[in-house]
Design a protein around this ligand. Sequence first.
Ligand code: CO
Length: 293
Amino acid sequence: MSKALHICGLFLVIFLLAFCAPVLAGHKDRPFKKGILLTAFGTTVPEARSALDNISDKAKQRFPGVEIRWAYSSRIVREKLAAQGQSFDSPAMALARMMDDGFTHVAVQSLHTIPGEEFHALTQTVKAFSGLPKGMQSVVLGLPLLAEPTDVEACAAAIMANLPAERKTGEAVILMGHGTHHPGNIYYPGLQYSLSRLDQLVLIGTVEGTPSLDDVRRVLKERKVSKVYLLPFMAVAGDHAVNDMAGGEEDSWQSVLAADGLTCVPVLRGTAEIAAFVDIWLDHLQAALERLP
Ligand code: CO
């Protein structure tokens, strides 16, 4: 190595010591404090909230001693709850509070089903809180339920392991996913591909994306199905499950399928109430916690 390079190196060391040491010392002033921020879309249906409590309880058992906080990513849900006197933080508000409360390392866990709009907005929020002056040393984000290809397989297996016990041969199970115009919607047809290899009569439809209810109806007709079980494929059996899936309105899935001559049995249970799905979310949280320095 040349002499000039050695001198350059020496200056670099001096520079680092002079300018960076106070910054590093500043970080060390804050004692290490690790936290988890669980972030769901949220729900206005009180009975559905127990599904989210179930995730909290399971996370507490799996990561003992780490403080767990909540945020709801849906502004509409937060505003409706606020009108009822219940206050829930947005992800940004929850992270700001954690920053002020002295957390140094935070793992944010997305409790969304797919990496769609809600998840990508959360990505931006987490990025904005990373490396703020006098802020948290590290903020990482755990992936939603369906992210890696192995998650699709794991989800299909979780669905198969939790089909209604009373289902008989020839009866179909229809899962109602949310669906979106976001490219993340591709996970629903992806999941259908995995499910079809396991059971030709376990079908996924979505409220706002593809496959649609009409896609599902076509398959039911082709396969001459006469009885179906309707299950939400959402974290909670909230507004969509109660009204759009199992509601009495003419355009609910139950009403539309009944008009097609099918017997419908709705099962109001969100994926957050079922251990096999919660385990996938918590595996993602564990992976995020392991990424914390
Ligand atoms: Co919706």
